[in-house]
Design a protein around this ligand. Structure first.
Ligand code: PEP
Ligand code: MG
Length: 323
């Protein structure tokens, strides 16, 4: 599929009316990194670190993690890599972690909740990331942040780790950016101060959509019932974009929907300027973005919303057929 889009591989994604959209890729294993070159992605917008933890039978040592992250950064050749700390617990049980029995794992003791309450693993990860960067810029993202204080506590862990590394005489990254995933509706309504504090935000649409519609992402029976282009969800996305604009907080979207061309152009119409997706989606998404007039699409979506439709998909499809 990538061959079909080879001619636009190195072309920046710019819409007909001149809006520049940054396209990044999602990854989770070192083996994914060669796609950075092949897909033309501008960086790794989401590196899911738990995949490397799941792929082994015992707890990795810090040295293992340093080596892994170093290889990832080396393979990215200076392009940005957004390392997401462990998004684990409940359903994604590590063989070497004591399982917890929870009635609703997706809403249970997972991700940053584990990281803050049992900080050993998170601290080891942070230290490994700092050492792997070895002077290079470093981007860290915390998953499943539901309230501002969770981000503050996590950032304090980063600061403490940096201080410790400094005392130990290690070379520190030239720049560290610390951000959060917006995957629970609550975070979208955090005080504006929170938006000023984060270095960036990334919408985890898979989880955000599941909690927005109360529809289990793992449950076939309900998950396709709610269209991503439902006006309620698009309004919500637009609201997040606006809040980020007030504080000039960089915002991206890294859930699976970013890799679906029709959804992707609609997110861009809502004001998103960075999308992160599986590498194979970059070509198709870019190709469609280059054909659309974003301001026109935005007006069409807006008109449909005023008419009171449930989803804007039909009008968007009409527009796309017309171009
Ligand atoms: C998401 O929730 O959209 C996301 C990118 O994270 P994950 O799919 O790993 O939960
Ligand atoms: Mg998620």
């Amino acid at each position: 599929a990538q061959e079909r889009y080879a001619s636009i591989r190195t072309t920046p994604a710019t819409t007909k009316d001149g809006h520049r959209i940054k396209l990044m890729m999602n990854a989770g294993l070192l083996a994914d990194l060669p796609s950075l070159e092949g897909s033309g992605a501008e960086g790794v917008g989401l590196f899911r670190t738990e995949l490397q933890f799941l792929a082994r039978s015992q707890m990795p040592r810090r040295g293992d993690l340093v080596a892994q992250y170093q290889r990832v950064l080396d393979a990215s050749h200076g392009k940005q890599v957004v390392f997401r700390t462990l998004d684990i617990g409940s359903d994604k049980v590590l063989p070497y972690m004591k399982p917890t029995d929870e009635p609703n794992p997706a809403m249970g003791w997972r991700a940053i909740r584990v990281g803050l309450e049992k900080p050993g693993m998170m601290r080891m990860q942070l230290q490994a990331m700092l050492r792997a960067a070895n002077g290079r810029p470093l981007t860290i993202m915390f998953p499943f942040v539901a309230q501002a204080d969770e981000f503050r506590d996590a950032r304090a862990e980063v600061d403490k780790t940096v201080e410790r590394e400094r005392r130990l005489g290690h070379v520190l990254p030239e720049r560290i950016e610390v951000g959060a995933m917006l995957e629970t509706p609550s975070l979208a309504f955090a005080p504006q101060k929170f938006f000023d504090e984060v270095d960036f935000l990334s919408i985890g649409g898979n989880d955000l959509k599941q909690f927005f519609f109360a529809a289990d992402r793992e449950n076939e029976r309900v998950r396709n019932r709610y269209d991503t282009l439902n006006v309620s969800f698009l309004s919500f996305i637009e609201r997040i974009v606006e809040r980020c604009q007030i504080s000039s907080t960089p915002l991206s979207f890294c859930g699976e929907d970013a890799g679906r061309p029709i959804e992707a152009v609609c997110f861009a119409a809502m004001g998103l300027r960075t999308l992160s997706m599986r590498p194979a989606s970059i070509g198709p998404v870019k190709s469609l973005l280059m054909k659309v007039d974003l301001d026109e699409l935005r007006a069409i979506i807006s008109g449909a919303r005023h008419r009171g439709v449930q989803t804007v998909r039909p009008v968007v499809m009409d527009y796309l057929r017309s171009i």
